[in-house]
Design a protein around this ligand. Structure first.
Ligand code: NAD
Ligand code: AKB
Length: 340
C-alpha cells in the first residue's frame, strides 16, 4: 500500500519556506514530500518526511513518487518567475507549463487509481493581466478575475494557460471516456499579488523591488530601485499568502463556483515602500533608477485587484494591511534577522 502524503514542489522557495513551517506547526504528524531543484536547508529537511533535490521535468522521478505515495494534496509552487522567464522564455515555458502538466498528470493518475479527489493548489499571479499602458491601468483600478486577460510576459502567459489547464483537469479531463473515473483533480488557484517575506529574499521576479528595498536597507546596503517612485502594484505579507493557500485548501468543494480567485491585501507605490523603510532604517540608501523595460511590465500589471469573490465564497480576508505588515511583521522580523 502507498503512503498518504502531501506533495510540495518548489519547496525551497519563498512560499515553500513559509508553507512547510506553518503546516508542520499546525499538523505535527503531517507527511510532507518536498521537491526542489535546490536542496532544502537542514531546518526544512527535518520538518519533511522526504526531501528530493530534483526537477519537476524529470518524468522518471515523478513516476517514482507516484509509485511510493498517495498524495491527498499537491501544492505546486515550483516556477520560473517573471523576470527570469523573460530572460529565458523557453526555460520559463518548460518549467511553468510542461512542469505543471507533469504534476497535473500525476494528480489525475492518482485520483483515478484511488477513486479519491486529489487537491491541487496552484499559485497563479497578477501577471496574467496585461494592461496596454499606464493611463489605462490607473483608470481600470481594481481588476476582476475576467478583466484584461492578455498577459505580456512569458510568465503571465504560462500562468494563464495553466489556470486553463487546471480548469480542464477539474471539470473536463477525458470527458469522452465511456466510464467516468471516481476521483478527479480538485484544482484550486489563487492569483497572488507581489509577496513580501521577512525571512527570504525574492529572486527572478518583477515585484521584487519592494522586498529587495527593505532587505537591503535592513542590511545597511545601498539599493537602486528599478521602477519609478509612483510605480504601483498590489502586495501582500507572506503570512497572509500562506493563510490564503491553507484556507482555500480547506474549504469544501461545494462552496466554490470558480477554480481561480483573485486575492488582495494592499496596493502601494514604490515611494510608499521607500517612506516606510526610511522611517524604520534612517540610514537607508535608496536611489530610483528605473529600468524602462521592467517598468513597462509593472505598468501592464494592475494597480489593485478585486477579490470580492474570494471574500464571499470562502471567507478570504487579509490580516495585514500595509501599516500592520511593516510595523508588526516585516520591520521587527528583518531587524532581528540581520542583527544576528
Ligand atoms: P521562488 O522563486 O522563491 O520559488 C520557486 C522554487 O521553485 C525555487 O526554490 C526553485 O528552485 C524551484 N524550481 C524552479 N524550477 C524548478 C524545477 N524545474 N523543478 C523543481 N523545482 C524548481 O518563488 P515563490 O515566491 O516561492 O513562488 C512560489 C509560487 O508562487 C510560484 O509558482 C510563483 O509563480 C507563485 N507566485 C509568487 C509570487 C511572489 O511574489 N513570490 C507572486 C505570485 C505568484
Ligand atoms: C513576479 O514578479 O514574477 C512575481 C509575481 C507577482 O508573480 N513576484
Amino acid at each position: 500500500m502507498s503512503t498518504k502524503a502531501v506533495l510540495i514542489t518548489g519547496a525551497n522557495g519563498e512560499i515553500g519556506h513559509g508553507l512547510i513551517a506553518r503546516l508542520t506547526e499546525q499538523h505535527p504528524a503531517i507527511r510532507i514530500v518536498a521537491i526542489d531543484v535546490h536542496p532544502l536547508s537542514e531546518e526544512l529537511k527535518q520538518r519533511c518526511h522526504e526531501t528530493i533535490a530534483g526537477d519537476i521535468l524529470d518524468r522518471v522521478l515523478i513516476d517514482r513518487l507516484a509509485a511510493f505515495y498517495d498524495f491527498e494534496t499537491i501544492y505546486h509552487l515550483a516556477a520560473i518567475l517573471s523576470t527570469k522567464a523573460e530572460r529565458e522564455p523557453v526555460l520559463g515555458h518548460r518549467v511553468n507549463v510542461d512542469g505543471t502538466l507533469n504534476l497535473l498528470e500525476l494528480a489525475a493518475r492518482q485520483a483515478r487509481a484511488t477513486g479519491e479527489n486529489v487537491k491541487f493548489l496552484f499559485p497563479s499571479s497578477i501577471a496574467v493581466y496585461g494592461l496596454p499602458d499606464l493611463e489605462t491601468k490607473m483608470r481600470a483600478g481594481k481588476l476582476k478575475e475576467a478583466d484584461w486577460l492578455v498577459p505580456r510576459t512569458m510568465y503571465g502567459v504560462n500562468k494563464y494557460y495553466c489556470e486553463q489547464l487546471g480548469r480542464y483537469y477539474n471539470w473536463y479531463y477525458r470527458q469522452i471516456d465511456p466510464q467516468p473515473a471516481a476521483g478527479h483533480v480538485d484544482f484550486r488557484s489563487l492569483r497572488f499579488p507581489g509577496l513580501i517575506s521577512a525571512v527570504t529574499l525574492p529572486t527572478g521576479g518583477t515585484s521584487d523591488y519592494g522586498p529587495e528595498m527593505m532587505h537591503m536597507a535592513a542590511q545597511g546596503k545601498a539599493y537602486d530601485c528599478f521602477v519609478t517612485e509612483n510605480a504601483t502594484l498590489p502586495f501582500m505579507a507572506m503570512p497572509d499568502a500562506i493563510n490564503a493557500l491553507l484556507k482555500l485548501e480547506s474549504v469544501p468543494a461545494k462552496q466554490l463556483t470558480q477554480v481561480v480567485y483573485n486575492i488582495g491585501a494592499f496596493s502601494v507605490s514604490a515611494k510608499n515602500f521607500y517612506d516606510v523603510i526610511k522611517t524604520a532604517f534612517p540610514q537607508a540608501q535608496v536611489q530610483f533608477k528605473p529600468d524602462p523595460l521592467r517598468q513597462k511590465i509593472v505598468e501592464s500589471w494592475p494597480a489593485d485587484v478585486d477579490d470580492s469573490l474570494a471574500r464571499k465564497e470562502w471567507g478570504w480576508k487579509p490580516e495585514y494591511d500595509f501599516t500592520r505588515a511593516f510595523n508588526e511583521y516585516l520591520i521587527p522580523a528583518v531587524k532581528k534577522q540581520y542583527r544576528k
